[in-house]
Design a protein around this ligand. Structure first.
Ligand code: IMP
Ligand code: MG
Length: 182
């Protein structure tokens, strides 16, 4: 890691993350407990690549029959601000009509990505659609973002990396969340 030139200041420690992820797993398990079954599992859609680490930890704390799916939305293209509208790279292959769907995202920033995902998935007629996101940035949003049912932490309006979040594809493997300085 090039930590000689770029400093990363810890914002949320690995231990804090793991504790919160366990709590979220319990909340989700309680919420969907009587809504899903082996015949009708909870469809968990993990948004790549940012939510891949959070998602893989979270699903192991959800004690319910679950069907894991993945989708990819790209908007950042190596910048610290959104550069274009999100585009979906992978389809939700086998359909979600009539399913209870939980979308797992890394962070709510402007809200553009989740609005886009919500519109896209709503057209596929799930029975229910909820969002779990690890982080929510405290900012004034122009877009009315979807309601986040399961949320990990509020963070200040800073660019963060680690635990799945990247800068130019680097730092996703940090076990903690940090703020990039300079
Ligand atoms: P939004 O569409 O502006 O809400 O941005 C959402 C996406 O941008 C997230 O899914 C992240 O992949 C990325 N993103 C937003 N803020 C950050 C950040 O602070 N660090 C790294 N990625 C971010
Ligand atoms: Mg993302």
């Amino acid at each position: 890691m090039v930590e000689s030139t770029i400093k990363i200041k810890t914002l949320i420690t690995a231990e804090q993350i793991q504790k919160r992820v366990s709590e979220l797993g319990k909340e989700i398990t309680n919420y969907y407990g009587n809504k899903v079954s082996e015949k009708k599992p909870l469809v968990i859609i993990i948004v790549q690549k940012g939510a891949s680490i959070f998602g893989s930890d979270l699903v192991r704390k959800i004690k319910l029959p679950s069907d894991l799916r993945f989708m990819r939305v790209v908007s950042y293209k190596g910048e610290t601000r959104p550069q274009s509208d999100p585009e979906i790279f992978d389809e939700i292959k086998s359909g979600i009509k009539g399913d209870n769907v939980l979308v797992v995202e890394d962070i709510l920033d402007t809200g553009k990505t989740l609005v886009f995902i919500e519109d896209y998935l709503t057209k596929l007629q799930p029975m229910s659609l909820n969002f779990a996101t690890l982080l929510v940035k405290k900012i004034k949003r122009k877009t009315k973002a979807p309601r986040i049912k399961f949320m990990g932490f509020h963070i200040p309006n800073k660019f963060v990396v680690g635990y799945g979040l990247d800068f130019n594809e680097i730092y996703r493997n940090l076990p903690y969340i940090g703020v990039m300085e300079n």
